[in-house]
Design a protein around this ligand. Sequence first.
Ligand SMILES: [Zn+2]
Length: 479
Amino acid sequence: MHCLKLFALVSTLIFSIAITSRAQNPNPTAQALASPTPTPTPLPSPTVKIDGYRAAAARIIGAALTSDHPYARLAHLTDHIGNRLSGSTNLERAIEWALTEMKRDGLDNVRGEKVMVPHWVRGEESLEMLSPVSRKLQMLGLGNSIGTPAEGVSAEAIVVRNFAELDRLGEQVRGKIVVYNVPFTNYGATVLYRLQGASRAARYGAVAALVRSITPVSLQTPHTGAMGYDPNQPKIPVAAVTIEVAELLQRMNDRGEHPTLRLKMDAKFLPDAESANVIAELRGSERPDEIVLISGHFDSWDVGQGAHDDGGGCIVAWEAVRLLKELGLKPRRTIRVVLYTNEENGSRGGNAYRDAHRAEIAKHILAIESDSGVYRPEGFGLSDTAPLQVRSNLQEIAKLLVGIAADNIAEDGGGADIGPLMREGVPGASLDVDGTHYFDIHHTQADTLDKVNPRELALCVATMAVMAYTVADLPSGLN
Ligand SMILES: [Zn+2]
C-alpha cells in the first residue's frame, strides 16, 4: 500500500477513534482536572417548533416498540450471512441481500455504488509458549498485519506496560517479541498500541509484537482490529493477546523467566476487491434534493457475527426509513440510508461516498452514523464543529424523545464514515447509546446476536426515526 494512503488510513482511524472515545468514554475527573471551569457558550434560542411533530413522534415510537422486524432482520444478517470482512463473499452476499430487501420494502433509488476495497485475509494463526512451559496461548492477528514465515517467528518475549518503557529498553528488544501489556483506560488512548505498536517495536529491532486486547474485561477473548505500519520502519507481524495471556507473560517477565514464544500467522493481502456502498432513500415530498443521511457500516471483522459492530447500526438506519414508509410518513426532504463498506480496515466506503456525491455535499443538512453498538439509546452526539444554531435546534427536536429517555445531545460526536462529509462542513452526529459493555465484545468472536437486546434495538430504531423524520420535515432548515 502507498505510504500516503497508509498515513491516511491510520489518521482516519485515530480521528474516528478520538470521536468515539470522547463520545463514549468521558472521564469527568480527568476533564475537570484538565480544564478550569470552561465557560459554556450560550446557545441561541431554537428556531424550530416541535409541537407539530409530537403526534408523529408518538406514532413512530409506538410502532417501533411493537415491531420485531429489526431484530428479525439482524438475525438473518448475523445467523444466515455472518461476519463480513472487506473482500469476503459474506460481505458481498450481505450487500446483495440488503439491495433485494430494500427494493421489497418499496424504498426509493435503491442501489449499490461500487467501491474497491482492500482484501486482507487472516489465514491460519497460532501462538505458543515453548519455554519455560509448553502451552497454547489465545490470540487473534491484527487486521492489515503481515504474516510470519511458515515456520513462524520464535523468540523471547519482553513485556512493556507502555511506550515509555519500550523506549527505555530501546535496543534491548532487538530480536525479541515485544508484548504490550497496557491496561484499558479509554478506547482512544489504549488503541494507539494496536495501531502503532508493531512499528514502534520494529524501530528497535523487535521481530514481532503482541498487544493486550483493547478491552476493560476478558474471558480469554482476544480482540482484533486494524493496525497500520509506519512506512519508515521494517514491517513485523502483530497479533492481539487476551488480558489473561498478557498478564501471564507479565508475571513471567517480572520473575525473570524469559518466556520463549512461537507466533505463526498466514495473514496477507490479496488484490483489492469490488464492493459497494448500499444506498436507499425515502424521497422528500417538497425538497427531494436536500438530504438527511443516516448510516452504519456493513462490513465487520472476520470473527463473531458483527452483530453490534455494526450490523445493528445498519439495521437501525435501514429500519428507521422502512418504518416511516410503513407509517406513511413522507418528510419534505429526502432521508438517505447509507450502509458503508470497508469502515474497519480502510474507510474506503466513507471516502468513496464523499467523492461520488461531491456535487450535493452542501445539500446534506445532517449526517448521522450509528456505530457504537445497539444498546439503550441516550440520544445523539453532535460534532463540536456544528453551528450553535444546529445544536440548539437538535436539542429542541430531541425533546420529542424524552419519553424514551433518548433526548440527550452530547457535546461531541460523529463517526468514521461520515467523517469525510463532516470535514466538508456537513453537521455530523452519532447515535449515542449506553456504551458500558460495548468494548467487552468489540471485534471479538463474542459479538453475536445473543448480545443484542431486541427492545434496546427497537428503541434505537425509534430514536433514529424520530430524529431523521423531524429534521427532514422541518419547514425551514436546521441552521
Ligand atoms: Zn464499527
